[in-house]
Ligand binder design. Structure first.
Ligand SMILES: *Cc1c(COP(=O)(O)O)cnc(C)c1O
Length: 390
């Protein structure tokens, strides 16, 4: 009997790692009586801004809200087009539509990242911005993207939902584009349960994001009319209700402090998978460019399905039967009914994303995994390849 079949424990695809620090901090916040946006949020924003060397950081209640505010701040509205990769999560596209603009989907290369040449070819006079997604935590080629964007006068908003902590050259992801947004959703590299952050070095954009994150209530008015007492405020724009709670920030402060340690463990796991699949050509492993730091939110293998007698879906089913949780990131946006029906996309319009979709499996990569867990996952993948080889 193979060693792996003796295992008792199922391995979840992801599980957050929260310690007594987070728990005590939440309890302390509850006892303090200050539940919503207050001192903990302010502290979290300061620490986060420092961690990515950004001039400004605005904490909000999700990454989707952060994206919404970023697009609003650069003035995306009806008639505009925003370029996004097809291989991304729902929010990247939906928020563009909420603002009355049109998402224009760009195919991706075998590295899962947006194809910059194709992106440039899809720029029109209506194009307002591009949203590169640092897929899996691997930074996009920002130099090339910024060059194209400058040449065409369009804005760059970075989707860094997977990218804590990632670096491009010697710069942390967070200030390279006009605005960058991060996620603290439960299954991201650090979490606040639900939460997000916008970072930028542009003071005017930061002011707009902050204003719109809480009802468009002008903080300046608070200062100007302080003589009238703290009850006074002025509404200057129809804002949103996107502010982060102190309860969430209490978790985030400690998660941020641990993010480097979490990252080191994920990088170790990635190296261990790389080693275990080095002699399995049917399993193509993710590569990392030399000049970047991959945050390793995801470890996505590509199956050479031509060499196997089972499909990717069947491969996932059999991993599940062995007690291993996996996921698929993502069904490309252009293959979803929303995009097919509203914008007329066909699968073959973005063929490389569609082809990747038949092959990809995201394996567990999170700091709760032991070396033994990782070996078990790799051994099971290798066994399935052996058993179902053409
Ligand atoms: C998770 C995710 C988001 C949205 O994050 P939320 O905090 O859940 O709103 C956006 N983009 C990508 C690529 C994501 O993976």
């Amino acid at each position: 009997m193979a060693v792996e079949t003796l295992r008792q424990h199922a391995i979840p695809f992801f599980s957050p790692l929260l310690g007594d620090e987070e728990i005590d901090s939440v309890v302390e916040t509850l006892r303090s009586g200050w539940l919503t946006t207050g001192p903990k949020v302010k502290r979290f924003e300061q620490l986060f801004a420092e961690s990515v060397s950004a001039g400004h950081a605005i904490a909000v209640n999700s990454c989707t809200a952060a994206l919404h505010l970023a697009l609003e701040a650069i003035g995306v509205g009806p008639g505009d087009e925003v370029l996004i990769p097809t291989l991304t999560f729902a929010s990247t596209g939906e928020v563009i539509m909420h603002l009355g603009a049109t998402p224009v989907l760009v195919d991706c290369g075998p590295d899962f990242l947006m194809d910059v040449a194709e992106m440039e070819s899809k720029i029109t006079p209506r194009t307002k911005a591009v949203i590169p997604v640092h897929y899996g935590g691997h930074p996009c080629d920002m130099e090339r993207i910024l060059n194209v964007a400058r040449r065409h006068g369009i804005r760059v908003i970075e989707d860094a939902a997977h990218a804590i902590p990632a670096r491009y050259g010697d710069r942390p992801i967070g200030t390279i584009g006009d605005l960058t947004y991060f996620s603290f959703y439960a299954n991201k590299t650090i979490t606040t349960g639900e939460g997000g952050m916008v970072t930028t070095n542009d003071a005017e954009l930061a002011d707009r994001v902050r204003l719109m994150s809480l009802h468009g209530i002008s903080k300046d008015a608070w200062k100007r009319f302080s003589a009238e007492g703290s009850w006074y405020y002025e509404i200057t724009a129809p804002g949103y209700k996107f502010n982060m709670t102190d309860i969430a920030a209490a978790i985030g402060i400690h998660q941020l402090a641990k993010s480097e340690r979490f990252w080191q463990r994920r990088a170790q796991i990635a190296a261990q998978y790389d080693e275990r699949f080095a002699f399995t050509p049917e399993v193509v492993t993710p590569t990392t460019d030399l000049h970047v730091q991959n945050a390793w939110h995801l470890y996505v293998i590509r199956l050479q399905v031509e060499d196997l007698t089972i499909s990717r879906n069947e491969f996932i089913t059999q991993l599940n039967q062995a007690g291993i949780g996996t996921s698929v990131h993502y069904l490309p946006l252009h293959m979803h009914p929303l995009y097919r029906e509203r914008f007329g996309y066909a699968t073959e319009d973005l063929p490389r994303g569609a082809d990747l979709f038949q092959r990809i499996i995201s394996l567990p990569i999170h700091p709760r995994l032991t070396d033994e867990d990782v070996d078990f996952v790799a051994a099971t993948v290798n066994r399935l390849v052996d058993e179902h080889h053409r």
